[in-house]
Design a protein around this ligand. Structure first.
Ligand code: CP
Ligand code: NVA
Length: 308
């Protein structure tokens, strides 16, 4: 079964390049109006227990463009929200659809869905990881910079799901990766160790620091995410205080490479993790990055559905 739950476990180094290649190919086909119904007649169940704009729309439209269909299942509407188990849900959906994409809180729930079901499972974000975002991010960097290997990406902010996945993705892609977070908000060591192991193979470097300027130095990509992730809303005031020196702004860009670009998974909060002039300025590729979610997710879908 070909799942896409954890980049480190589920995606090999060559497979990552393959996903980027087929995403680029399907993007070109989409722009040229060339039909590519690789998943004709297939159905994807999309379970959301957290909000989404990009992930929902891209998977739904992606399935349509691939000749299949997607079902939006909010936990307000399906029986999971009333206590039906992941085990039973996995069994039931396995009998009716061809794959599941799930966005939820506990990473273990996604792992369990795959364990108890008999169809591919795609992780649309958990508290721990956001792997589908990475394929779009790498695709965007490749489009703008021409290649990935040898570049440096610096993530400034909370050591959250996006940061964990960036560690995994950059090391696998042969990019240097630097993460700057306040002391008690850094990425779990598990992700650092995974990145170090892959970096050894691909010849890249991993830097964990509390200093945003050390991370941003000579970087080709500066990357931000919200300081307050979904589920942490009660901590917002405290987090704004803790992360106030972790903003991406012109001053931070002054230590990066002169043609460095800005990326953000979105949604963004201007004036907090990034200044308005950066996110709305010429260095920003955030909307190309957002569009690339569509093309990246189609690649993930094709790879999971056709290789399971
Ligand atoms: N970046 C991202 O996952 O966006 P959504 O929360 O809108 O899906
Ligand atoms: N870290 C953010 C990413 C949103 C796409 C969150 O989990 O809310």
């Amino acid at each position: 079964m070909k799942h896409f739950i954890d980049l480190h476990e589920d995606v090999g180094i060559e497979e990552l390049n393959y996903l980027l290649d087929i995403a680029a190919d399907m993007k070109a086909k989409t722009k040229a109006g060339i039909e590519h119904h690789y998943l004709k007649g297939k159905s994807l169940a999309m379970i959301f227990t957290k909000s989404s704009t990009r992930t929902r729309v891209s998977f739904e439209v992606g399935m349509y463009q691939l000749g299949g269909q997607a079902l939006f299942l909010s936990n307000n509407d399906i029986q999971i929200g009333r206590g039906e188990t992941i085990h039973d849900t996995a069994n039931v959906l396995s009998g009716m659809v061809d794959g599941i994409m799930i966005r939820t809180f506990a990473h273990q729930d996604v792992v369990d869905l795959a364990k108890y079901g008999s169809i591919p499972v795609i992780n649309g974000l958990t508290d721990d990881q956001h792997p589908t975002q990475m394929i779009a991010d790498l695709l965007t960097i490749k489009e703008v910079k021409g290649e990935l290997k040898g570049l440096k990406l610096a993530y400034i902010g909370d050591g959250n799901n996006v940061a964990n996945s960036l560690l995994q993705a950059c090391a696998k892609a042969g990019m240097d990766v630097a993460i700057a977070s306040p002391k008690d908000y850094t990425c779990p060591d598990k992700y650092v160790q995974q990145a170090l192991a892959d970096a050894k193979i691909t010849g890249s470097k991993v830097l964990m620091t509390e200093d945003p300027y050390e991370a941003a130095k000579d970087a080709d990509v500066l990357y931000a995410d919200t300081w307050t992730s979904m589920g942490q809303e009660d901590e917002k005031a405290k987090r704004v205080e803790i992360f106030k020196n972790y903003q991406i702004n012109n001053e931070l860009f002054s230590v990066a490479n002169k043609d460095a670009i800005f990326l953000h998974c979105l949604p963004a909060y201007r004036g907090y993790e990034v200044t308005e002039d950066i996110i709305d300025g010429p260095r920003s590729y955030v909307f190309q990055e957002a569009e690339n979610r569509l093309h990246a997710h189609k690649a993930i879908l094709v790879n999971c559905f056709l290789n399971s």
